[in-house]
Ligand binder design. Structure first.
Ligand code: BG6
Length: 369
């Protein structure tokens, strides 16, 4: 049932091009319009939304962080992202014009469910992004967008995550469409690029042999650091989480711009640092700043593992290991840049002789608060 793979996780990583295609299936019209009939919130309700909260746990929370960048940019609606376990305990400001997007692969995570119930009591509209059909969270929500990733068996989420991110893009673009799109040209281009994502993920997966080799090489490390900026920041957090979950190696993700405010002190001779580099065409030229960060950590002894877009030559002199990904618009890039980090964590755990599908102390869905 693992389809010839050693682990369900490897099978689920390999299924990602199809999973993402299935998330998109039937939801992009011929003229690039979004077709989300299943979102049972009226156009008026969606136009009335003046604030969005995205609430989730674990990997799904990282999907929510990516959603914030995309939804705010496309819709100009303020978006806050919050861990479900914190959300209701701090008395968030919610009312009828608040949209709460809850993200949960299993649809059964108790922290997320309790946050949902709290938001509902305060009259907020609830939209669930979920993979498990008919589970509790979508049943209790006003509307649901299923990710259609298929069953995810490995405890660590992979195709669940990528499809959550894609579903968040669909919600953001749909909101922009209903409310009158401000960035009409850009949104059209984004829709075209969404269609290319499955192919881009497949391209990344075809070139994973050097990552497997690198993983064997890193198997005895005690610490790995992950840096990213803009949407690369949640990708760095996700890369670190995967490594903690699977390989039991201390790993931390940082916002690259914060490096100089503290975390650079951690860099020592040989410290492996994974850097998720934004596209050279990224807005506000964060690209150049992240390239400087690679130089800075390398000057202090770090061994740099760089994930960069095809054709980005600026990183070459500073990368001890270079992992290439296809060119993708900045906001969509996490769907491709996360993939090598999943493979890295999975292969490091394998090389350490660990049970990749069932890491110690973890459960696929946590139904206690
Ligand atoms: C954790 C799982 O307990 O729950 C994580 O181990 C997962 O992998 C998190 O990301 C949230 O799960 P769900 O089903 O709500 O997306």
């Amino acid at each position: 049932e693992k389809g010839g793979y050693d682990w369900f996780m490897l099978k689920e990583i390999a299924e990602q091009p199809q999973a993402v295609a299935d998330t998109l299936l039937g939801r992009l019209g011929p003229a690039g319009e979004l077709v989300l009939d299943e979102v049972r919130l009226s156009d008026q309700e969606l136009r009335d939304v003046d604030k969005i909260f995205v609430v989730a746990c674990g990997t799904a929370y990282h999907a929510g962080m990516i959603a914030k960048y995309a939804i705010e940019h496309w819709t100009r609606i303020p978006v806050e992202v919050e861990l479900a376990s914190e959300f209701r305990y701090r008395d968030p400001v919610l009312d009828r014009s608040t949209l709460v997007i809850v993200i949960s692969q299993s649809g059964e995570t108790m922290d997320t469910l309790m946050a949902l119930r709290h938001a509902k009591e305060q009259k907020a509209r609830i939209l669930a992004i979920c993979n498990a059909n008919g589970s509790t969270i979508p049943r209790e929500s006003d509307a649901v967008l299923y990710t259609h990733a298929g069953p995810e068996v490995a405890v660590a989420s992979t195709k669940g995550f990528l499809t959550q991110v894609v579903a968040c893009y669909l919600v953001g673009l749909f909101l922009a469409q209903v409310r009158g799109v401000k960035y009409a040209d850009e949104v059209g281009a984004i829709v075209e690029n969404l269609r290319k994502l499955p192919e881009h993920i497949a391209t990344v997966l075809d070139e994973m042999e050097p990552v497997r080799e690198l993983a064997r090489n890193l198997a005895d490390e005690n610490t790995l650091l992950f840096l990213g900026r803009h949407v690369g920041f949640p990708v760095a957090l996700e890369g670190a989480l995967k490594l903690k979950e699977l390989a039991y190696i201390h790993a931390e993700g940082f916002a690259a711009g914060e490096l100089k405010h503290g975390s650079i002190a951690l860099i020592d001779q040989g410290t492996p640092v994974v850097v998720v580099v934004p596209s050279p065409v990224s807005r506000g030229s964060v690209h150049g700043k992240v390239v400087s960060n690679i130089q800075e950590v390398r000057a202090r002894g770090a061994r740099t593992i760089v994930i960069a877009e095809d054709g980005d030559d600026d990183v070459v002199p500073y990368a001890d290991h270079l992992i290439r990904v296809p060119r993708t618009p900045t906001l969509l890039a996490p769907v491709v840049t996360t993939v090598p980090l999943q493979v890295l964590a999975c292969e490091i755990a394998s090389a350490r002789g660990l049970d990749v599908d069932q890491p110690r102390n973890l459960a696929k869905s946590v139904t206690v608060e």
